[in-house]
Design a protein around this ligand. Structure first.
Ligand code: MN3
Length: 201
């Protein structure tokens, strides 16, 4: 069964005015679709066919012969999480266990936001900013290109795409504004909390 592009869990214009329908169409229908198509073509007929996406990412990490597979598999994983952890009318602050763990790890939700913003804004070139579970702890980190924290043994529960294709039409070079809009208006903290529960299970 080849990998498939997941549908967005909301309409293409649901995240306006923070992310335009035009960006969502290009980003989901063209960029994410291309990662899925390339991944399927690259693994067809190899021993990776039929393996889970996580297995493929971890197996191909730092294997120069499998760099193309790694990049496309990582990006398929990353975008699949990215669509799910946003919603119309998102933002605000998390509650429950997630909030307790954020306060424990970063001192406060405000300092978590500062740390996450700094990580995402300072990715040099293309990459991702993350909140991830590392053992029993929450960590903020950034990764280049399509690298996913699972290669470092962590489980990401929130991620922001800071490749220019994610924000250039809407924000041009103003990446900090895009990251702030993501945190303040788009993050679906309920889904992030579900991801935390899965990661700790
Ligand atoms: Mn992208």
């Amino acid at each position: 069964m080849p990998f498939e592009l997941p549908d967005l869990p909301y309409a293409y214009d649901a995240l306006e005015p923070y992310i335009s329908s035009q960006t969502m169409h290009l980003h989901h229908d063209k960029h994410h679709q291309a990662y899925v198509t390339n991944l399927n073509n690259l693994i067809e007929g190899t021993d990776l066919e039929g393996k889970s996406l996580e297995d493929i990412v971890v197996t191909c990490w730092q294997d120069p012969a499998k760099e193309g597979i790694f990049n496309n598999a990582g990006q398929h994983w990353n975008h699949t999480l990215f669509w799910r952890i946003m919603k119309k009318g998102g933002g605000g602050a998390p509650g429950g266990e997630l909030r307790r763990r954020i306060d424990d790890a970063f001192g406060s939700f405000e300092s978590f936001k500062e740390k996450f913003k700094e990580a995402a804004v300072t990715v040099f070139g293309s990459g991702w900013g993350w909140l991830a579970v590392d053992g029993d702890e929450l960590k903020v980190l950034k990764t280049p290109n399509g690298v996913n924290p699972i290669v470092h043994g962590m489980v990401p529960i929130l991620g922001i795409d800071v490749w220019e294709h994610a924000y250039y039409l809407d924000y041009q070079n103003r990446r900090p504004e895009y990251v702030a809009a993501f945190l303040n208006h788009l993050v679906d903290w309920e889904v992030v909390e579900e991801e935390l529960e899965k990661a700790l299970a």
